[in-house]
Design a protein. Structure first.
Length: 88
């Protein structure tokens, strides 16, 4: 008969990893939103009012850039945390 803890270990590690990634995404998306709002808010509003087609292309580029940047950054941070947890 196997110990219940041994059977649940991979699932709990997956849940902890998922929650850590979710928390990281929440912080990074919020920071990205406020950075874009602060630095590009006026320019994006002006672009929206003057040329909606260009605004749409720029907005899509920002969305794609956000996805790629956050994926790379989150992956790197999770690898760092996993190495740090294994050492400690």
């Amino acid at each position: 008969m196997k110990n219940g803890r041994v059977q649940r270990a991979p699932r709990s590690v997956a849940v902890v990893s998922f929650l850590l990634e979710l928390g990281l995404y929440a912080v990074l998306v919020t920071a990205y939103f406020f950075l874009v709002l602060h630095f590009l808010g006026g320019a994006l509003r002006n672009l929206f009012e003057t040329n909606k087609t260009t605004y749409a292309v720029v907005a899509l580029a920002l969305i794609i850039g956000q996805g790629v940047l956050l994926e790379v950054l989150t992956t790197a941070l999770l690898r760092f945390f996993q190495r740090w947890l294994k050492r400690g």
